[in-house]
Ligand binder design. Structure first.
Ligand code: PEP
Ligand code: MN
Length: 333
């Protein structure tokens, strides 16, 4: 971090700032030029509040050189992190496919879809029990009963489960869930992130609808700084001016996140595009771009789905897609 001091700064004011920085655990080097005086803060500056520095009387400008996240930062952890969900490893180089309905609707529905996606090669089952809906009149999910049905599907198929938490008060229901999803709308629910930092379970963290990649990584940092380092990042499309798709899939997020962070990165082509016919091409593109996996919505009767039917694949379409994904993955080896 580089700090440019105002020309009016006295020696004692400068020394006070140096002491302040050293008390925060960074070392300081001073560069005195003909006109300007610069201070370089060296070491871990992730906990230094840039706005606090900018507010100081003697500070003219501040430039952060190091990313404000540490635990999620590849510079401090060069090797890829591999996260185990049930008996599945995410981030090991082999793409992991998560599939299932947007929401759990009935025992028959979730168990049927679970069997179908397993047969087609999915390794983890998704299904929403608590649903974040734009309208309070839309189906809100089966909630506690949805979790029970997901566990039933897990018992029948052996597939590990990922499902979304919307509020920390729901956490006790997630004891037997293998991975907890934080949805796009909760990416910056910092109190929720802090609580999830205290548990020992993988967290699937979806990018907010209009969040930058740095904000996504800072949200991962919230979870990791609490002690839970099992975070998987998910690009699920962002809101842009384009109306042809539900969101705009930012595929460049995959290589960018993988260069900035050691955490696994997966892609959700279903919410990103909002259209079933776009899911297969964007899934293939995501794997080609280096994603560690995909989360895909599959429904046995998309037309009658209680949520997101328009973007859900049938089990047959999913099986066909899975075969082509295997070819893309093989071509990359
Ligand atoms: C979901 O996965 O069902 C979901 C609601 O996703 P997102 O938070 O990305 O909208
Ligand atoms: Mn959905």
């Amino acid at each position: 971090m580089i700090i440019k001091l105002k020309n009016s700064t006295t020696e004692s004011q400068k020394q006070q700032l140096v002491n302040w920085a050293e008390n925060q655990g960074v070392s300081v080097c001073t560069v005195i030029g003909n006109v300007d005086t610069l201070l370089g803060f060296i070491g871990d500056t992730s906990h230094i509040d840039i706005e606090q520095l900018e507010a100081m009387e003697i500070v003219d400008a501040v430039k952060r050189i190091q990313a404000p996240y540490k635990k999620a930062n590849r510079s401090f952890h060069p090797e890829d992190t591999v996260i185990t969900v049930g008996d599945v490893q995410i981030g090991s180089g082999k793409p992991v496919i998560i599939a299932g309905p947007c929401s759990v609707e009935s025992e028959e529905q979730i168990c049927n879809i679970a069997k179908e996606v397993k047969k087609a090669g999915a390794q983890i089952l998704r299904g929403g029990a608590f649903k974040p809906r734009t309208s309070p009149y839309a189906f809100q999910g089966l909630r506690k009963d949805g979790i029970t049905l997901l566990l039933e599907a897990k018992k029948e198929t052996g597939l590990p489960i990922v499902t979304e938490i919307m509020d920390i008060s729901q956490l006790s229901l997630f004891d037997d869930i293998d991975m907890i999803q934080v949805g796009a709308r909760n990416m910056q629910n910092f109190e929720l992130l802090k609580e999830l930092g205290k548990i020992n379970k993988p967290i699937l963290l979806k990018r907010g609808l209009s969040s930058t990649l740095e904000e996504l990584l800072m949200s991962a940092e919230y979870i990791m700084s609490g002690g839970n380092e099992q975070v998987i990042l998910c690009e699920r499309g962002i809101r842009t001016f384009e109306r042809a798709t539900r969101n705009t899939l930012d595929l460049s997020a995959v290589p960018v996140l993988k260069s900035l962070s050691h955490l696994p990165v997966i892609v959700d082509p279903s919410h990103a595009t909002g259209k079933a016919n776009l899911v297969a091409p964007m899934s293939r593109a995501a794997i080609a771009a280096g994603a560690d996996g995909l989360i895909i919505e599959v429904h046995n009767n998309p037309e009658m789905a209680l949520c997101d039917g328009q973007q859900s694949l049938t089990p047959a379409a999913f099986a066909e897609l899975k075969q082509s994904l295997d070819k893309v993955a093989a071509a990359l080896c």
